[in-house]
Design a protein around this ligand. Structure first.
Ligand SMILES: *[C@@H]1O[C@H](CO)[C@@H](O)[C@H](O)[C@H]1NC(C)=O
Ligand SMILES: *[C@@H]1O[C@H](CO)[C@@H](O)[C@H](O)[C@H]1NC(C)=O
Length: 332
């Protein structure tokens, strides 16, 4: 009996440490146990991540938030960004920043940059529905490290974003209630740290499948106290995304896990979060129903009160878990 227990423990250990061979296939992955996981880069190409690789350097080194870039887009410059710099008044005065209009900030994930797919998709949707100040934050320096190092740098990158937004509003105007931070994967935890830095004044925070690996017991994880209203969209829960609710309102489209409709691999399900959100900006067509508990959310049979998923409504409020079904291709 003892032998069997030891044997099964060994088998579990080996399974947890085996190198997965099919690129992008995370069917082996068990949160908190598996050593390896496939995480897609900004172009959706799966990269093999060793979750036990030690983070390199110090959080104070060059690969942190000091290298963030803030790219402003408006309807007057929808395709070519204007670079805004903290403590550089002229960079804002000479730009199309308009203090009387909402401010939305888009934050990408690991191995990505300001040009990768989710940025133009969400940017164009935001400019389609309103003459907004849309800032794409490029944090490629810290995002290009090993995954474990990028995770370590998330608080620094987020604090710099928070300080930048505070400086922008204090010196050039703006309304905290009309600020919406939008972050995908690791970017979701970055905007959480930004919100904490400015003492929860951000009107809306939207986490798009907040990253799961190394976040389940990480104190820097996005949480419901980071902004006035914090919403999450979970699409690859338990694999690349966190499954547990961490916002005021947490949406679980199609059960919140892999496989999302039209997807076969977990990376595709993970990316659905930002595609659903982009669609919600334009069409506001996702009607969530409140779930009594996480099991109902997982089984996609929630039948409670209604709440729209996503969108750009600054007066939106809600609490709890919500389920809904979507289509398998744009606009879902
Ligand atoms: C930047 O502008 C703000 C207000 O417009 C002003 O209070 C501040 O002193 C300026 N900073 C610098 C470095 O000129
Ligand atoms: C929800 O789905 C699960 C699994 O399919 C099922 O066991 C349960 O009875 C369903 N609950 C309701 C209220 O339909």
């Amino acid at each position: 009996m003892k032998f069997l227990v030891i044997l099964s423990a060994l088998v579990a250990l080996c399974a947890g440490h085996a190198i997965p061979t099919i690129p992008g296939d995370n069917s082996h992955y068990v949160e908190g146990e598996s050593r390896y996981v496939w995480i897609p880069d900004g172009e959706g190409v799966p990269r093999l991540v060793d979750l036990e690789e030690p983070a390199v350097g110090s959080p104070l080194d060059a690969r942190n938030g000091a290298n963030n870039e803030y790219w402003l887009f408006t309807r007057r410059n929808p395709n070519n960004h204007q670079l805004l710099r903290i403590n550089d008044n002229n960079s804002v005065r000479n730009s199309n920043y308009d203090r009387n209009r909402p401010l939305m900030v888009i934050v990408h994930g690991w191995k990505a940059d300001g040009n990768t797919a989710l940025n133009p998709l969400i940017r164009d949707a935001l400019l389609h529905v309103g003459d907004n100040n849309v800032i794409v934050m490029d944090w490629r320096r810290a995002a290009s490290s090993a995954y474990t190092t990028s995770v370590r740098d998330v608080p620094s990158v987020g604090q710099h974003l928070g300080n930048f937004v505070q400086w922008l509003i204090n010196n050039h105007g703006g309304n905290w209630n009309n600020v919406h931070l939008i972050g995908f994967s690791l970017g979701a935890h970055i905007i959480g740290n930004a919100g904490r830095t400015v003492r929860r004044r951000i009107g809306r925070i939207t986490g798009l499948d907040p990253a799961g690996p190394q976040w389940s017991d990480n104190p820097n994880v996005l949480n419901r106290n980071d902004g006035v209203y914090v919403e999450n969209i979970h699409t690859d829960g338990g694999l690349l995304g966190i499954f547990n609710p961490i916002g005021d309102a947490d949406f679980y489209p199609n059960g919140g896990t892999n496989r999302q409709p039209g997807c076969s691999l977990s990376g595709c399900s993970h990316g659905r979060a930002f595609e659903f959100f982009a669609s919600s900006i334009i069409y506001n067509g996702f009607n969530g129903r409140r779930c009594a508990n996480l099991d109902e959310a997982r089984n996609n049979n929630c039948t409670g009160s209604n709440l729209r998923m996503g969108n750009t409504d600054f007066s939106k409020r809600g609490t709890g878990l919500y389920g809904l079904s979507t289509g398998s291709s744009w606009p879902f």
